[in-house]
Design a protein around this ligand. Structure first.
Ligand code: MOS
Length: 740
């Protein structure tokens, strides 16, 4: 075999372009809604047009008679769905069409299946639904605790400390509902062969999806296969199954034909979750020299009537700063709005908006630099658990980020900094996000053609999992990444981690290492005593850079593994590996494991025309060892773009009469575009966290969004003198600025 020419760059720590990039840019990558089968039918759901009441009757006579219509399903004929039980995670546990009660606008009440999408859409519009007991929905954003408040974290006596603190801040911050808008719409293509389902889904967790679908459809797990080869992102909205997947599967089983159901952009504002709104009262107390003595966070979040998904705004609060007295409480308020779900950095993202805004207000009250205030309150251990940090470099995030940004030149006086006729505002905020491992299984095949196949029942949501897996295997085997074929996105594979909580990479590290190690073991056993290694025992053999050689000689004198397999007439040898999750791991529980970061943001403000822009960002991230700085940087850049949207644009608005999201399209739900994107500089500190895994790699999918909105509003205050505590920042807020 020719020398490995592809091995020009080390597999880890260098920017490798996405291995699936060519498939994506050429259109060859098959997304779920691209799946097509002979006889495929199209399903379009009918959504309720009220948010609170009951379905009185459904007249489908006109719809059923329309061209191409195969069947109209209602509660009367959809058949039975079972409840999810403890099969897995689902945020909307009520099976679709389960009863006549309508609990949110857009709730599915019927389903039309026809030969074409257009026919199904037209017929769905012709289904006449009448309602009774219709009541005005409660979709108020103002929240009051309607259920028992719980204490989520507590140390010391926070109220006493607040009462005695020389300097205090007491403010309330709100964040609006946000709707996930990945480019790829949610979709299910369901097939049934008379016994088993194959479901092509848009899911961030094929394994969980399989388990829940098996339970709710009433078939054994073995009879459900989930395929998600590519995902046009999800941001958490595709973590758990939604009712449309059950509708598509039920119709496919009933009709004996493949059925495709694509959730429209408009439906995505009601039927597949969103980040709920929050309201957080923050109270901070400090000494005159800026030492925190008290931190209290009381937060409320809204949920649907039926399900409870906690938006855990205290996720990152308790370990972020050193303070002897702390209390975090939470409570929920129920509204007539569809179930909420996780969205990129759930909990920590709205939570840190409040915490990091309040810290900025405290710095102002103390007349202290906000970077300095944070440095003075850096903890040496996790004070909420009294555990040591596995690896925490928040100080370097602050100091190195500040240096890169030029923070030392900041004049703290509001509206005092100018450039190109614009007012500049500079703001800072810190961030943190969990670092944990999920259980994972991996299979590695060394093939007789010299290629390597790595397989795991995980999925790539666009973040680079294909590439990262190829890199890890190439690293472990010492071969070029282009010799590694990555097979994921199929629940028939050994169960892999879900793509959530920024946990995929860290979870796969031990399983990949074990699988490659075992495959090599098999290879050495195959090699020993044969051919070039006649008379040699396995222990005398080694595997380096893709070659088997005697320990006593160099790899160059060895034999490529393809030749070993060829001589033995073996198609492949296989190694299997398993990672344990950290949640039940006594060793992992000895440490407080998180990623950290600091955002430095510049905004420009033009008072004459009331134009605000985020112009420049430096983000310093401590996320352990970075496996691929190119895809890694891309994750942080994407999070920053999303953070600009969170700070300035994103807000789902529900109208009060019908409880409908009225900006349910990409024109009215404003998100960051390229034109809004600032200049972004990402700095990775690259300290391996070997307490999490041998490579020291933590996740980077979510951390970049945490804290970012606060860095923007802190910069906005510095430019305009206006403190915006209710996101998003609006022109109306800024018109009160006295800076000219
Ligand atoms: Mo993330 S919100 O865990 O997909």
């Amino acid at each position: 075999m020719a020398p490995d020419a592809s091995r020009t760059l080390p597999a880890l720590g260098h920017g490798h372009a996405r291995v699936d990039g060519p498939l994506k840019v050429s259109g060859a990558a098959r997304y779920s809604s691209d799946c097509h089968f002979p006889g495929l039918l199209y399903a379009v759901p009918v959504g309720a047009t009220i948010a609170h009441g009951e379905v009185a009757s459904i007249d489908d006579s006109a719809a059923a008679a329309m061209p191409g219509v195969r069947k109209v399903y209602t509660r009367a004929n959809i058949g039975r769905f079972y409840k999810p039980g403890k099969s897995g995670y689902i945020d909307e546990a009520r099976p679709p069409l389960d009863d006549d009660t309508v609990r949110y606008y857009g709730q599915y009440v019927a389903l039309v299946v026809a030969d074409t999408f257009e026919q199904a859409t037209a017929a769905a519009r012709a289904v006449k639904v009448s309602y009774r007991n219709v009541q005005a929905p409660d979709v108020r954003m103002q929240l009051t605790a309607e259920e028992k408040q719980t204490t989520d974290s507590e140390r010391g006596d926070v109220d006493k400390a607040l009462a005695g603190a020389p300097v205090t801040v007491d403010q309330t911050y709100t964040t609006p509902p946000e709707t996930h808008n990945p480019i790829e719409l949610h979709a299910s293509v369901a097939t049934w062969d008379g016994k088993a389902f194959t479901l092509y889904e848009t899911t961030q967790s094929i394994i969980n999806h399989r388990d829940v679908m098996a339970q709710m459809l009433g078939v054994p797990k073995e009879n459900v296969r989930i395929v998600t080869e590519f995902l046009g992102s999800g941001f958490g909205g595709k973590l758990w199954p939604w009712p449309h997947a059950l509708l598509a599967a039920a119709a496919a089983r009933d009709l004996g034909k493949p059925v495709k159901l694509v959730v429209t952009r408009q439906m995505m504002f009601h039927n597949v979750g969103h980040r709920t709104n929050t309201q957080q009262r923050m109270r901070l107390g400090a000494t005159h020299d800026g030492k925190l003595v008290a931190l209290r966070q009381d937060f409320l979040y809204r949920t649907s009537r039926t399900d409870h998904t906690k938006e855990d705004c205290g996720e990152a609060t308790a370990f972020l700063y050193s303070t002897p007295n702390l209390k975090i409480t939470s409570g929920c308020a129920r509204r007539d709005i569809a179930p909420n779900t996780a969205m990129r950095g759930p909990g920590a993202v709205p939570g840190l908006f409040a915490v990091e805004s309040a810290m900025d207000e405290l710095a102002l009250a103390l007349k202290m630099d906000p970077v300095e205030l944070r440095l003075r309150n850096e903890p040496s251990i996790d004070e909420s658990t009294n555990l040591p940090f596995s690896s925490r470099h928040m100080k370097e995030c602050l100091t190195e980020g500040a240096a890169r940004f030029g923070w030392a030149k900041r004049n703290p006086a509001v509206g005092s900094m100018r450039a190109d006729g614009k007012v500049l505002g500079w703001g800072v905020a810190c961030c943190a996000w969990m670092a944990q491992r999920l259980a994972a299984e991996v299979s590695v095949l060394l093939n007789a053609d010299g290629s390597v196949r790595v397989a795991s029942g995980t999925q790539d949501i666009g973040t680079g999992t294909y590439t990262m897996l190829a890199q890890m295997v190439a690293h472990d085997l010492g071969i070029g990444i282009d010799r590694v074929k990555v097979v994921i996105g199929d629940s028939a594979l050994p169960p892999g981690p879900l793509s959530g909580g920024s946990m995929v990479t860290g979870s796969l590290v031990p399983a990949v290492a074990q699988a490659t190690g075992k495959a090599v073991e098999q290879l050495l056993q195959t090699a020993s005593g044969h051919g070039a290694f006649q008379g040699a025992k396995t222990e005398q053999l080694a595997f380096t850079d893709g070659r088997v050689h005697l320990r006593s000689s160099t790899p160059d004198e060895g034999v490529p593994f393809a030749d070993i397999l060829g001589q033995a007439r073996l198609a492949h040898v296989e190694g299997k590996g398993k990672s344990r999750d950290t949640f039940g791991d006594a060793e992992a529980k000895k440490y407080s494991m998180h990623s950290y970061g600091a955002h430095f943001v510049e905004v420009t403000w033009e008072p004459a025309i009331a134009r605000l822009r985020v112009s420049r960002v430096v983000t310093a991230i401590d996320a352990g060892r970075i496996i691929n700085p190119m895809t890694g940087r891309n994750q942080i850049e994407g999070a920053i773009a999303m953070g600009v949207g969170m700070a300035l644009f994103e807000e789902t608005q529900y109208e009060r009469r019908h409880g409908k999201a009225i900006n349910s399209n990409l024109a009215d739900y404003v998100m960051t575009t390229h034109a809004d994107a600032p200049q972004i500089d990402v700095l990775f500190l690259d300290y391996p966290d070997t307490k999490l895994n041998a490579l020291g790699a933590r996740g980077i999918g979510e951390i970049g969004l945490a804290g970012f909105a606060a860095a923007v509003t802190n910069a906005v205050h510095h430019a305009t003198g206006v403190r915006v505590r209710d996101l998003p920042v609006k022109i109306e807020h800024l018109l009160t600025s006295t800076i000219v």
